[in-house]
Ligand binder design. Structure first.
Ligand SMILES: [Zn+2]
Length: 441
């Protein structure tokens, strides 16, 4: 219901998306974890203003001072259809300006790219979502079911101040949502003359663990009885050198099958590590999801060279595929042995959505409509996103942040990397794809 005024006509979604992305990058929302960093509030207010301008009524919720998320619900045209959730996060990981070719919080547009921390992960996608919703609102185009929007704090840590808070305290916004889209999928990976578009249908589960060994403290010159440092080191070493067996879940099998067809090649399931190397960028789509993993990431013990400490601790980043959680933990405990106690710092179940269902088909169809050379394939994320929080409410999440990338741009290298940037054309493409997809909701 825009009135014609003497002011400039509103810009189409594809024309304003890069500008919205730049503006969001300029608002520094660095998340240093454990509650530290720059709070999301200024970005949340900016996003809320962009929604408010087109008649969406946003609600800003805070989990702690400044830790703000934006929630909105746009009524659909057909109340009999389920609501659909589009979520993104407002925070970014830290960036060291000295390492970058442009300042990471400049949002500068240079050489056809928007540069800055969050361009790919994931202020670019937040910008696409906002641009599409703004245009649809101006044109009075509604989705069938209600459209629920969530722009969240704290994804780059545990989500405790963002998605988890929303699920705990504001789940009324999510009523009737059965499915969702968010980051980590829908981007192009070039392989020869083919463009593969992985769409995430699942995530490995997260098991961040703290290990503790208690021994006998004493003088460093005496024969050690029960040295906690040594015992912990042995246990961590056993865990780190374990060769986790390949476990092909239905979703990973669907990816291997889809890749083989798209590339016109055979993928040997018995030699997958070699296939990862042979297939290059495409191989990276499954290298982290054909088995479980447990990486030691932190060690702490002792305070003086001639004192044997009584306790030693380590932290482990464990990840497990859907359906393998019990096997994973049993293996971890066997490797650690009886002297190590294990507790979770953070535990999130794995998640799985149906790559054979109508939503996957609609996502793939939207990509093909904008890129006739698109080969969409399902894939599983090796790490986790906010989708896990919503999965607790039974909302099936798809990783779908559509982007057409130039062959030389390494998408995975951009994530949390130096000189993170996104092609303006890629954002415009993704905006069109997203709009098409929302037409099917
Ligand atoms: Zn992200």
């Amino acid at each position: 219901m825009t009135e014609r005024t003497s002011r400039a006509a509103p810009r189409a979604a594809v024309d304003e998306v890069a500008g919205i992305c730049s503006d969001l990058i300029r608002i520094d929302t660095t998340n240093e974890g454990e509650g530290h960093g720059r709070p999301e509030r200024p970005a949340a207010e900016h996003v809320a203003a962009l929604l408010d301008e087109v008649g969406v009524t946003p609600t800003i919720v805070e989990s702690a001072p400044g830790r703000a998320s934006v929630l909105a619900r746009v009524a659909g045209a057909d109340p009999s259809r389920p609501a659909f959730l589009v979520h993104g996060h407002l925070d970014v990981v830290p960036a060291e300006p000295a390492d970058w070719a442009v300042h990471p919080f400049s949002g500068e547009v240079r050489d056809g790219h928007v540069w800055g921390r969050g361009a790919v992960d994931m202020k670019g996608t937040v910008a696409m979502t906002l641009a599409v919703v703004r245009q649809r609102m101006r044109e009075g185009r509604r989705t069938g079911g209600d459209l629920v929007l969530a722009f969240l704090a704290d994804e780059e840590s545990t989500g405790e101040f963002g998605s988890r808070h929303v699920v705990r305290r504001h789940r009324e916004f999510l009523t009737g949502c059965t499915e969702a889209i968010s980051e980590s999928g829908g981007f192009s990976v070039t392989a020869g003359d083919r463009r593969i578009y992985p769409i995430a249908t699942g995530e490995r589960g997260t098991a961040w663990m703290k290990l503790t060994v208690r021994g006998v403290a004493g003088h460093g010159s005496k024969p050690a009885k029960d040295n906690a440092v040594a015992e912990l080191s042995h246990a961590v070493s056993r865990l780190a050198s374990h060769e986790w067996p390949v476990r092909l879940t239905p979703a990973v099998l669907a990816l291997l099958d889809g890749l083989a067809r798209a590339l016109g090649t055979n993928i040997d399931h018995d030699r997958l590590d070699a296939e990862v190397r042979r297939l290059g960028a495409v191989g990276r789509l499954f290298e982290g999801t054909i088995r479980n993993s447990a990486n030691p990431t932190l060690l702490a013990a002792g305070y003086k060279v001639n004192v044997v400490p009584g306790v030693a601790t380590a932290q482990i980043d464990g990840r497990f595929l859907p359906g393998t959680g019990e096997e994973f933990l049993a293996t971890v405990d066997r490797l650690l042995g009886p002297k190590v106690t294990r507790e979770f710092i953070n535990f999130e179940e794995s998640s799985d959505a149906d790559p054979g269902g109508p939503t996957f088909a609609a996502l793939a169809g939207a990509l093909r409509a904008e890129d006739p050379e698109a080969h969409p394939v399902p894939y599983v994320m090796s790490g986790g996103t906010d989708a896990k929080s919503f999965a607790r409410l039974g909302i099936r999440g798809f990783g779908f942040a559509p982007l057409l990338l130039t062959p030389d741009l390494d998408y995975f290298g951009m994530f949390h990397g130096v000189d993170e940037r996104v092609p303006v054309e890629g954002l415009r493409f993704g905006t069109r794809v997203l709009d098409r997809f929302l037409d099917t909701r």
